[in-house]
Design a protein around this ligand. Sequence first.
Ligand SMILES: Cc1ncc(COP(=O)(O)O)c(C=O)c1O
Length: 425
Amino acid sequence: MDPAVFEEALRYLPGGVSYGVRYVDPIPIYVERAEGVYVYDLSGRRFVDFWLGHGALLMGHGYRPVIEAAMDQLAKGAHFGYPHIWEVRWAKQVCSMVPSVKMVRPTNSGTEANMYAVRTARGYTGRKLVGKIEGGWHGGYDGLQIGVTYPIDKPSSLGIPPETTANTLLLPYNDLDGVEKRIKGKELAAIVVEPVLGAGGFIPADIEYLKGLREICDREGILLIFDEVITGFRLAPGGAQQRFGVLPDITVLGKVIGGGPFPAGAFGGREDVMEVLDQRKRTNFYERVFHGGTYSGNPLTMRAGYVLLKELEKGEVYEKLEKLGERARRGLREALEPLGAYITGVGSLVCIHFTKEEPRDIHTANRTKDHKLTIEFSKHLYRKGILFVPPYNPHLFISAAHSQEDIDNLVEAAESFASLSKSRL
Ligand SMILES: Cc1ncc(COP(=O)(O)O)c(C=O)c1O
């Protein structure tokens, strides 16, 4: 705790933070340095980190091969504004790992990547409407910032006029009939879906649902977009699409794709779709889809991303991630069952829901949610030296740097929370 720093922060940063989700009431935890699975606050207190840079740091903090490559690149130039060899290597690597991606463009964030993916789909199909899943989170892009938070009949942000989202159609999650009903008689350019709801609580899509969306898109001439900003390179070397065996037309990527510590995003897909961005084939601005950015494809991010993806391609870390994730889900389930909690997730993604019904979508994850208990749980874990944000949504990322002991300590902390809560009843 550092009240003086936060007091100063409150004067210059709205809400005292650089991103609302990082706030912990009453005072956020200020991290001074990080290494492996640990983060250290200003007083030197050590926490085991289950947030890992919003899930970007799949190998943990300070993964040496990425840091060493980045330091070398810093010396040679972190930003050219010209084409360079690392963007070519990075793009080839992404295309060789993600099954449906044949061509790819880099961005600086997942938000941007989603924005460009939607624009690409509209440019390719010549259609306006875009289907977006209730409870799906695709970053701060206006066009997809509706139906993100519960209740979904309220705006998910101020400052987004209804006209801006007039061409966004909300679709239900894990409910194919519901999707059929809502798209009936409408011409959609794309359907955007996270194969595992991320901020929505690590709720995996049923494989039948994803297959059904694929069929609907093929039948209706709609492009299927998977937002794999979280699942990409995490659930498998080729992401959720490889793991679930359903291929989208466009894939949105982020986080891990830039090596972990660097701002990154990407969107890619079939050649005939990505061709709408080709300035050689489409010489006039009015006949192609614009994408760009001062820092897009900067050599620092591209090289860091390339080095990490080359390592992940070997596939060695996934068995460990899988085992740790399973162990965490099993242990947390046993520990928190007496309190009526549900544990969701897949692979290295784990989320704790204090709800009365099994979370299958944004509605079931929220309408019976015990917010007070959720926050008490998170704060109990913080006291035990286990860190993540936000406290109202304990969705934990496991990294290859975590050990079985870290997972067992997490489960133990949950057990002690359960006994404390039961004794208070
Ligand atoms: C599924 C998903 N899409 C998009 C984004 C936005 O990415 P960024 O924060 O890099 O803009 C996020 C961020 O966490 C995300 O989880």
